[in-house]
Design a protein around this ligand. Structure first.
Ligand code: UDP
Length: 253
């Protein structure tokens, strides 16, 4: 088979040309980065877990009518997705204060938000992804007023879906980030959820113990990241055999 053409390589994923026009193959790497790639490591099995978890979340979103880029999983590390024109914004929804909002607004980690807060960050590594307002987004034409309304609505629907799913397995969805892209059906443009939804881009806390089950484990050196992601996957019934694809030996009495 001819080598596929690489279209884009990011910190945690690679995009290749897909088999049909308008499709891409998304490959999940084991690389973990934090603090704008100042901290980096390779975590065995992370790519496999995020491929499966993103598949699981996107399929759930499809089932409740939230449009997204996922078409099908190809193998342990790759999925077929719809090509989109990514809007250069990170859309963050917060239910509980954690991360960057704490020093910005003087909030203590763990403070519940009065209601889910939707924030936008300009995707630009050189600038460290600065937070931006609707004014900036419209003035610089990163998105239109209609796009803004659609992005907020998509983000809140993803929040309701993910919060409910996590609550069902004893996990609090503290916050998360999504990326949104444009697709055209003929002349009609619409926005769909793209990129990935995984513990790399969410904050997830165990309801009972407060244990962090997300990328903060890596950011703050709190233990084994793959163990945390495996725990999320196990509770959701995603790949119960673990990321190696091989079940652990069972003792037969
Ligand atoms: N996030 C992300 N990618 C980024 C920045 C943030 O996936 O480049 C996620 C992060 O994991 C968290 C949420 O967005 O779930 C809010 O992140 P925050 O603004 O608190 O920034 P951080 O503390 O991650 O720097």
């Amino acid at each position: 088979m001819a080598r596929r053409k690489k279209v884009y390589e990011g910190k945690a994923k690679v995009l290749y040309e897909g088999p049909e026009p308008g499709t891409l193959v998304q490959y999940f790497k084991d690389d973990a980065t934090a603090f704008n790639a100042e901290k980096r490591d390779v975590i065995d099995g992370k790519g496999v877990l995020n491929n499966r978890l993103s598949e699981f979340f996107m399929n759930g979103l499809t089932a409740i009518g939230v449009p997204n880029h996922f078409i099908k999983r190809i193998n342990m590390r790759e999925q077929l997705i719809r090509a989109v024109e990514i809007i250069p914004l990170e859309v963050v929804v917060r239910n509980i204060a954690a991360g960057s909002i704490c020093p910005r607004l003087g909030l203590e980690e763990g403070t519940p938000m009065p209601r889910p807060i939707v924030e936008f960050y300009f995707k630009n590594d050189d600038l460290g992804d600065p937070i931006v307002s609707e004014e900036h987004i419209i003035a610089f034409q990163w998105a239109s007023q209609q796009d803004m309304d659609d992005m907020v609505s998509l983000a809140l629907r993803v929040n309701d879906f993910m919060s409910g799913l996590m609550l069902g397995v004893g996990i609090k969805l503290v916050d998360f980030k999504i990326e949104i892209g444009r697709v055209w059906d003929g002349d009609f443009m619409r926005l769909i959820v793209a990129d990935e939804i995984s513990p790399d881009s969410c904050r997830l806390w165990d309801i009972e113990t407060g244990r962090k089950l997300d990328k903060d484990v890596f950011r703050r050196d709190l233990g084994d990241l793959a163990d945390a992601y495996t725990e999320v996957a196990r509770r959701l019934g995603v790949m119960p055999q673990g990321p190696s694809g091989v079940s652990k030996p069972t003792l037969i009495n």
